[in-house]
Write a protein of this length. Structure first.
Length: 80
C-alpha cells in the first residue's frame, strides 16, 4: 500500500502531547513510519514535502522529517 504523509503529520510527534487527540495522532504517525521502515507500506514523497521540510527553522524537526522522507520508495514530481 502506498501512503503519503504531509508535512503536518510528519511533524505531529513534536506537538504538545497533553491532548489525547494529538497523542493518538502522533502514535498513528509513528506506527505508520515503523511500517514503512519494515517494508509493509511504501511511502510517497514529493518536491513539495522536501521544500517545506528544508524550510523548517527547527533543526531537530527538519532532521526527523528528512529521515522519514529518505524512506520513500516513490517520488511525485510537480509540474511547474
Amino acid at each position: 500500500m502506498l501512503v503519503y504523509l504531509d508535512t503536518c503529520s510528519i511533524q505531529r510527534p513534536f506537538d504538545d502531547q497533553s491532548q489525547i487527540r494529538i497523542a493518538l495522532e502522533s502514535e498513528a504517525v509513528l506506527r505508520t513510519i515503523q511500517l514503512v521502515e519494515q517494508g509493509d507500506l511504501d511511502l510517497l514523497s514529493s518536491e513539495t514535502l522536501l521544500l517545506e521540510t528544508e524550510q523548517n527553522p527547527h533543526s531537530r524537526r527538519r532532521r526527523f522529517a528528512l529521515g522519514v522522507l529518505a524512506l520513500a520508495t516513490r517520488f511525485a514530481e510537480t509540474n511547474s
